[in-house]
Design a protein around this ligand. Structure first.
Ligand code: NAD
Length: 494
């Protein structure tokens, strides 16, 4: 992407920040291209906002906070009942926008928007599950806990789910009384603007939700702004560490989700058809650009019959039809580089997706789904996040050896086992070093009300980013002790 000096007409108008209920220009911010990865065309431009733009959004969010936080939660969630309906009503257009800026195929984009609706449904239930606690702790003395919003909060999101990841955080954070600044990925900034419009249509007061577009400088300004109390981040581990360190050094609460390297352990007794279908779907869905995508298959014992099925399924997949492009030319080159390096190091490429060109979309960033056998745990492709439709197969003698390889990964988002044995399943669930584990599930994403969050270098901070696990992050609790009864018990604290 290059800094644009002269405006060239694009399919979408230039992206603008959204502050206090209005779309506004950045404060002299330079702009960069937004590209459709399916054909490499420039579809819009996005500003790289600076600290003045972040300050403007923070001021709007701060001004909106007193009235919004004082609105009872049962009234606040009414906005989200309407927002959920609007997501569903506009799914065709929202999914098409995701496809255009991110590249994922239509069925994947629709699934993303439906997941946003499910996340919103959870936010609608928050009044039912955040009722406070109360107990008579001494005769006539009552302790109660009530939750209060944190204040102005910010959410920084990655390129791979332009609609869903913003909706991981905004419905819960806003329903719980916070006012909000979204900093979308500069590679996929278009969906955020539609989210703002739908929230406005749903009746959200101006200033409660704001968007500041940009990249590194914008994020740094968010980490440094004194009026922003909490930051959630989703993206690579490298940047998650930067945001976690800088935000907490400025005494903010930060929850930063990072990258992943997810292992699927396939036992010889696994049901072959279901296993081969699920393993391939996990590694190739969203072109492998999911933090929950499987990228290492630990083939335990004799699994050749399952691998042969996987090869047949992958060979039948057509990039451009069954698999979308990856996000950029740089990503395509990086992914293909990993495959070539593994091949040179002695791995066997069973299905090769390098150099794939989709007819009619010659400038698209396609990588065909790729299977590589005989990979060893020390190879770079077995250790680092590839973030493309590539599955490496590592052979293991037994489940203990397979779990030991999983432990060598610095990440800890997801791990799954395919088996018909309850004992083996339990062993993997207990011993895998990951925050989300599965049995016979290729993508073990917990669904609401359960929270989403990994371990190790896949997450920094306490709590989960969605579900019940997020309530603690988006609120602060107040402990209240009262004594009104004349006959209240007197104890050592009284
Ligand atoms: P990224 O880390 O490059 O970017 C994420 C955000 O950080 C963007 O908004 C970007 O503008 C900003 N950013 C980039 N570089 C920065 C810097 N030096 N300083 C400050 N801010 C910076 O991630 P990405 O490429 O957009 O997304 C892919 C990554 O996200 C993968 O590693 C994937 O595993 C991860 N991811 C993780 C989860 C999870 O739940 N753990 C979910 C989705 C994606």
């Amino acid at each position: 992407m290059s800094v644009i000096e002269q405006a060239v007409p694009t399919r979408y108008p230039d992206v603008r920040n959204y502050i206090a209920g209005e779309f506004v220009d950045g404060n002299g911010a330079p702009a960069i291209d937004v590209t459709n990865p399916a054909d490499g065309s420039v579809i819009s431009r996005v500003p790289l906002s600076g600290s003045a733009d972040v300050a403007r959004a923070a001021a709007a969010a701060k001004a909106a906070f007193p009235a919004w936080s004082a609105t009872p939660i049962k009234e606040r969630v009414q906005v989200f009942f309407r927002y959920k309906t609007l997501l569903e009503k506009n799914i065709d257009e929202l999914a098409a926008l995701v496809t255009e800026e991110n590249g994922k195929i239509d069925s994947e984009a629709r699934a993303e928007v439906l997941k946003s609706a499910e996340l919103t449904e959870f936010a609608c239930s928050l009044p039912q599950i955040t009722a406070g606690e109360v107990l008579e702790v001494s005769r006539g003395v009552e302790c109660r806990v009530e939750r209060f919003p944190v204040g102005v909060v910010a959410s920084i999101t990655p390129f791979n789910f332009p609609n869903m990841v913003p909706n991981w955080t905004l419905p819960n954070a806003i329903a719980l009384g916070n006012t909000f600044i979204l900093k979308p990925s500069e590679m996929v900034p278009l969906s955020a603007g539609r989210i703002a419009e739908l929230l406005r249509e749903a009746g959200l007061p101006d200033g409660v939700f704001n968007i500041v577009h940009g990249g590194q400088e914008t994020v740094e300004a968010i980490c440094d702004h004194p009026d922003i109390e909490g930051i959630s981040f989703v993206g690579s581990t490298k940047v998650a560490k930067i945001v976690y360190r800088r935000g907490t050094a400025n005494l903010k609460r930060v929850l930063a989700l990072g990258g992943a390297k997810n292992h699927l352990i396939v036992m010889p007794d696994a049901e072959p058809e279901m296993t081969s279908n699920n393993v391939v779907a996990s590694m190739s869905g969203c072109a492998g650009q999911r933090c929950m995508a499987a990228s290492v298959m630990m083939a335990v014992g004799s699994s050749d019959h399952i691998i042969e099925r996987m090869v047949r399924i992958v060979r039948a997949m057509v990039p451009g039809v069954h698999v979308g492009p990856v996000i950029s030319r740089a990503a395509k080159e990086r992914i293909e580089g990993y495959i070539s390096e593994a091949e040179k190091a002695g791995a066997k490429v069973l299905v090769d997706g390098r150099g794939y060109v989709v007819p009619g979309r010659e400038n698209g960033y396609y990588v065909g789904p790729t299977l590589i056998d005989l990979v060893t745990p020390d190879m770079r492709i077995a250790q680092e996040e590839v973030f493309g439709p590539v599955m490496v197969i590592i052979r293991a003698k037994n489940v203990e050896e397979a779990v030991a390889v999983q432990h060598r990964s610095p990440y800890g988002n997801a791990a799954s086992v395919f088996t018909e044995s309850g004992g083996v399943a339990r062993y993997v669930m207990e011993n895998a070093s990951a925050g989300m584990v599965g049995v016979n599930v290729g993508v073990p994403v917990p669904r609401e009300p359960f929270g989403f969050g990994g371990w190790n270098e896949s997450k920094f901070g306490v709590g989960d980013i969605t579900g019940r696990g997020s309530i603690e992050f988006w609120t602060k609790s107040k402990k209240m002790t009262t004594k009104w009864n004349k006959e209240a018990g007197v104890n050592w604290m009284s």
